[in-house]
Design a protein around this ligand. Structure first.
Ligand SMILES: *[C@@H]1O[C@H](CO)[C@@H](O)[C@H](O)[C@H]1NC(C)=O
Ligand SMILES: *[C@@H]1O[C@H](CO)[C@@H](O)[C@H](O)[C@H]1NC(C)=O
Length: 508
């Protein structure tokens, strides 16, 4: 299980066993379905009456088996003793529950302790005690939690997030709870974001537990949560101007550098491996683009890859034309053996080649042959195999970290009429990867770059002065720049054009 700093609180399921919500369904089965849909964290909440204690421990054990298999933490509401007994990942306690200190003593330093907060004072007190995350609410009145002290709405959540930042607790993770469902999650996440801090996710009860299809609702929520992370990534690129170190082919160097500048990164095109160990220390990301492969180039790539791995900085692999020749197939193998890639980006043929399929490719542009479901399985399988985020480009882009898989339906056919746009997407994504903190969401960064790129293309193509590829290029650079600028200033109107959804991946 990941350390508590790496927990994804995005879609946080809180169970409810009351007949009004659960009905006659089996809770373990509901949780299993929800995990399949993409729930990222589970809290087992049960009112103990005295005679159901043993049954609750038994249920908790069963739930833990299911969450462990999915690689998702299980937290126990209130009952620290049950968490200790079954050895799950932590607890969630209220302000009135058993003291934080005592919970920490019983659980040890590595377990997760979340605390409920419904006011700034409660939030800051919980942060001061050392809470790993806060459950902020109640956002809306609900039938599932009757003891709602206060309904604070999204403005109340925003005030709490601002107060946390002001008090130096901007790093403490947060979810909101109370009346969240698939109809209001996107709006709640947007409205509750303070200028310097957004929620990490939403805690959902009946919208999942009482659903006819818990997996479908979870997927819907997951798509909304990942979309809500897009502006923070782009804002951070705009604020920090990360280095995008591009080891490049010669075809579109100038275009790639201009795209990097437009999205707010600082480009450097440097192909000499010896330089990489110095450049890797500058807090940026490396793009290894295989557009032109030579023995010398490959040696430089490997050297740079090792330097960035050693510095803990992300590397994006763009295996251009990976399947086209045996030289390139071999180059892919050597690169994969030489180090770790945070993101692997390519078209269908390239991703298939990286996955080990030895398919013959004509030129560097692939022809489509896999069904959508097969592509979704492919990106998910490769992501798991390499522990990378995989981005498969096409009319619909697919992005996966092996557990969560998304489709991005943005972009414009004009992109296909210009050389190097695929490569510049790699540059864009590398800028986003560069601002992901340790344990942060690399998948959200890849989605953010892909969505920004696609929306910029749509807006550029729609401009009256754009009549073809020639006029499209400057308009596209302008739109990347304008989206970055607007996002940095908190104007998020362009997000309505983002089309990101979580997809179901069938077992292969
Ligand atoms: C979602 O939650 C809101 C607020 O609690 C509620 O008004 C709305 O009816 C819910 N929508 C659905 C589809 O359940
Ligand atoms: C880096 O720049 C080159 C242009 O030479 C481009 O072909 C290459 O794709 C870029 N790499 C990436 C992924 O940005």
């Amino acid at each position: 299980m990941a350390p508590s700093s790496a927990v994804d609180y995005g879609v946080y399921l809180v169970t409810d066993s009351t007949p009004a919500i659960l009905g006659d369904k089996d809770l373990v089965d509901i949780v299993r379905q929800a995990l399949r849909g993409g729930v990222t964290c589970v809290q087992y909440r049960e009112k103990l009456t005295g005679d159901n204690h043993a049954a609750a421990i038994e249920k908790a054990r069963k739930l833990h088996a299911v969450t462990k298999e999915a690689g998702v933490p299980l937290l126990i509401n209130d009952h620290v003793d049950i968490a200790v007994e079954i050895g799950c990942e932590g607890v969630h306690i209220g302000q009135d529950d058993m003291g934080f200190e005592q919970a920490r003593k019983l659980l040890g330093p590595d377990k997760i302790i979340g605390v409920t907060a419904s006011s700034k004072e409660e939030a800051l007190k919980a942060c001061e005690m050392g809470a790993d995350y806060l459950g902020i609410g109640t956002v809306y009145a609900t039938a599932t939690k009757k003891d709602t002290k206060s309904i604070i709405g999204t403005s109340g959540v925003r005030d709490i997030l601002s107060a946390m930042v002001a008090a130096g607790y901007g790093h403490v993770r947060t979810v909101c709870i109370g009346g969240l469902n698939a109809s209001n999650t996107a709006a709640v996440l947007a409205q509750s974001a303070s200028p310097k801090k957004s929620l990490d996710g939403v805690a959902v009860v009946s919208a999942i537990v009482a659903a006819d299809d818990p997996a479908a609702v979870s997927r819907d929520l997951l798509g909304q949560v990942i979309a809500a992370r897009i502006p923070d990534v782009i804002k951070k690129v705009a604020e920090t101007t990360p280095l995008s170190h591009n080891m490049t082919n010669l075809v579109v160097q100038n275009f790639a550098a201009n795209v990097a500048l437009a999205v707010g990164a600082s480009p450097i095109m440097a192909n000499y491996g010896e330089e990489a160990s110095d450049l890797a220390k500058l807090g940026g990301a490396l793009v290894v683009n295989m557009g032109t492969v030579t023995p010398d180039g490959l040696k430089n790539y490997k050297q740079a890859l090792e330097a960035y791995n050693a510095a803990g900085r992300p590397v994006v692999l763009d295996p251009v034309g990976a399947g086209a020749t045996s030289v390139r197939r071999d180059a892919v193998k050597q690169l994969l053996a030489a180090g770790r890639f945070a993101i692997i980006k390519g078209n269908e043929g390239e991703i298939q080649t990286v996955h080990g399929a030895t398919i013959q490719q004509r030129g560097v542009d692939s022809t489509s042959s896999l069904s959508f479901d097969q592509k979704a399985s492919l990106v998910s399988a490769l992501a798991r195999q390499r522990s990378s985020v995989v981005l498969l480009t096409g009319k619909t882009d697919l992005v996966s970290d092996g557990r969560r898989t998304f489709r991005v339906d943005n972009g414009h056919e004009m992109l296909g009429m210009i050389t190097g746009t695929g490569c510049t997407l790699g540059t864009t994504v590398s800028a986003m990867a560069a601002v992901v903190p340790k344990g942060g969401d690399m998948l959200a960064a890849a989605v953010a770059g892909t969505a920004m790129f696609g929306v910029a293309a749509e807006r550029a193509a729609g401009r009256p002065e754009v009549r073809g590829p020639g006029t499209f290029v400057p308009a596209f650079l302008d739109e990347l720049y304008l989206i970055r600028k607007a996002t940095a200033e908190g104007d998020l109107g362009w997000l309505t054009l983002v089309n990101v959804k979580a997809v179901e991946v069938s077992e292969q």
